[in-house]
Design a protein around this ligand. Structure first.
Ligand code: AMP
Length: 233
């Protein structure tokens, strides 16, 4: 029996962490189209260059290219028993293509896991997040013990104050992901997610395969709910 799972959820919902657990528990690999496109960075052919330009402009790669890269990935040996799809499908054309492709293999999308998180929490998880060189992760709103956070005013008063973080007592300065440091950019990502995914949710709801998971719980509790949703589908 194969298992094809689509993982959907707003940034900050914990998709990456949960995908790792699904991978380990069910023995199927995570396939992220964003990762596949980023991996093309080292290539210099025309297609790879075109994809890099599109990504740098924050646009979506065209459906034909995206579908082709997914077909290629699904044909690899480690994907023979299914995959966890992350970042794909992103629209209804891709969703219909995927369904047709799986039907040809005698398979289908078994489950769409929707990790639900309210928008303000999603914003705070991204905006408040800082990390240390050793991979340690802290958050201004949720996990600030041992970290000094400071708002630094722009001397020219042109830009909003910047959030800076250091390990308490004058230690290491902690890093924010560049795409998390701007409130505008985070809101834009949230808007894009809402615009593109809402129609997809209705699309899959018509097939009765959407499972809603409350992502505003501990990592372990979210995992318990996911496991249950996949085991009793
Ligand atoms: P992600 O890591 O999923 O946010 O993807 C990063 C970038 O890769 C996106 O901004 C798009 O340019 C491209 N991309 C990833 N997945 C898709 C997709 N399913 N359709 C079109 N473009 C995609």
């Amino acid at each position: 029996m194969s298992l094809y799972v689509i993982l959907m959820g707003i940034q900050g919902a914990g998709k990456g962490l949960q995908a790792k657990r699904i991978e380990e528990h069910f023995g199927i690999p995570q396939v992220s189209t964003g990762d596949l496109f980023r991996a093309m960075r080292t290539r210099t052919d025309d297609l790879a260059r075109k994809v890099q330009q599109i990504m740098a402009a924050g646009q979506l790669v065209d459906d034909d290219t995206t579908n082709a890269i997914v077909v290629d990935r699904l044909a690899q040996a480690d994907a023979a028993r299914g995959v966890i799809l992350d970042g794909y499908p992103r629209n209804q054309v891709q969703a219909a293509f995927l369904e047709a492709h799986l039907a040809e293999k005698g398979a289908r999308v078994n489950s769409v896991l929707l990790l639900e998180l309210d928008l303000f929490t999603a914003f705070k998880r991204a905006f408040g997040r800082v990390s240390a060189a050793d991979g340690g992760s802290y958050n201004y709103y949720y996990n600030a013990d041992g970290v000094d956070f400071k708002w630094t005013q722009d001397p020219a008063g042109q830009f909003p104050p910047r959030l800076e973080a250091t390990v308490a007592g004058g230690g290491e300065s902690l890093k924010r992901r560049p795409d998390d440091a701007s409130a505008d950019a985070i809101i834009k990502r949230i808007d894009t997610y809402l615009e593109t995914t809402q129609p997809l949710i209705s699309y899959f709801e018509a097939r009765d395969i959407v499972r809603r998971i409350n992502a505003d719980q501990s990592i372990d509790s979210v995992w318990t709910d996911i496991k249950r949703a996949l085991e009793y589908r």
